[in-house]
Write a protein that binds this ligand. Structure first.
Ligand SMILES: Nc1ncnc2c1ncn2[C@@H]1O[C@H](COP(=O)(O)OP(=O)(O)OP(=O)(O)O)[C@@H](O)[C@H]1O
Length: 327
């Protein structure tokens, strides 16, 4: 989106980011604090990230969803060390991505993080077999041949593609290619695997297989996984889904498994709005439409919650139903 007059200036955003205390998300593995990324394109400013906050704990499997243009790829480019934000802070493990030299950036990309991209051609070398593709990053990192062979076999087996070891990418289905790509991304034991639309070119059934592969490696190896997608259906496969809107985190869905008294289990999905550090909260569109919330709204602090309702004559709002409460 283009810059509007009432949007904060870059200077103001930078100043705000620097004012923040340094402890934000100190226990998280991935911490994005007020990330801003502004592109200059033919004299027009595009604010792809507008103060985005995101925390991911070690061992989590998180999906980041958002409409086209919401800033997902920009965020992933920053987290993968390919792009630098205009302002804000970003840390992955002990790596401060704002202060890395070119050399450190290469080390970071080789040792700390792994990637799976939407285009399989970007993930796999076409003239190498699946096993050779998994072997390659380890060979470049100087891992001994025997250890490489064991790890390659283990990863391909874990991802259900052991039988594809001697085939080239062109001889594999799209889903098999992406599962081999996950193995390649994990070869050098990264702490985090970033996947950008890994199921974007696949049908629903094959997508489920690939997501299952991500869940398996998250569970078996403990690798933290961040999947970026425009497919809201992915949220059914992960514990936490973070929605991005207009370059900011807007809401989160957390799925937990609860056990009934009779021992049966069921999954509960709870939606949360995300309050940013300036106190802004984005109300879900359906809430705004249902209550016709536009422009100025009434706000009241209650004992345990905040009430918010349309700015209409008082007679029309004698009580505040629970549904109008923000969380
Ligand atoms: N290199 C660039 N130059 C100028 N504008 C850019 C550039 N890259 C991205 N943008 C703009 O930044 C905004 C966010 O883009 P981004 O690609 O991060 O969104 P996205 O959520 O990944 O979208 P999609 O799902 O379509 O890939 C968009 O308005 C886009 O046009």
């Amino acid at each position: 989106m283009t810059t509007k007059l009432d949007e904060p200036t870059l200077g103001a955003l930078e100043e705000r980011a620097l004012r923040r205390p340094g402890t934000f998300g100190e226990h998280a593995l991935v911490a994005c604090d007020s990330l801003v990324r502004i592109y200059q394109s033919e004299g027009i400013e595009v604010q792809a990230l507008q103060g985005l906050d995101l925390l991911v704990d070690a061992g989590e499997l998180v999906a980041i969803v958002g409409a086209s243009g919401s800033g997902k790829s920009t965020l992933l480019a920053v987290l993968s060390g390919l792009d630098a934000p205009t302002a804000g802070r970003v840390r992955v493990g002990d790596w401060d991505l704002m202060a890395m030299s070119a050399r450190q950036r290469v080390d970071y990309r080789r040792s700390m993080v792994g990637f799976v991209w939407q285009q399989t051609a970007r993930n796999l070398v076409p003239y190498l077999t699946a096993a050779e593709n998994v072997d390659l990053p380890m060979a470049l990192a100087g891992v001994r041949r025997k250890e490489r062979a064991t790890r390659t076999a283990d990863l391909l087996a874990m991802l259900g593609v052991a039988s594809c070891a001697d085939r080239r990418p062109g001889q594999l289905s799209g889903g098999q290619q992406q599962r081999v790509a996950i193995a390649v991304g994990l070869a050098n034991r990264p702490q985090v695997l970033f996947a950008d639309e890994p199921t974007g070119e696949l049908d629903t059934a094959t997508s489920a297989d690939v997501l299952d592969g991500l869940r398996t490696i998250n569970r078996e190896l403990g690798t933290t996984v961040v999947v970026v997608t425009h497919d809201a259906g992915v949220s059914e496969h992960v514990q936490r889904t973070v929605a991005i809107r207009d370059g900011r985190t807007s809401s989160e869905v957390v799925r937990t498994t609860r056990t009934h008294e009779d021992g049966t289990e069921h999954t509960v999905a709870e939606e949360f709005a995300v309050l940013d550090r300036a106190g802004r909260v984005q109300l879900p569109q359906e809430y705004r439409e249902t209550l016709d919330l536009v422009g100025r709204v009434r706000l009241a602090l209650e004992d345990s919650h905040i009430s918010l309702w349309p700015d209409r004559p008082r007679a029309a709002t004698p009580t505040v139903p629970d549904e109008e409460t923000t969380r």
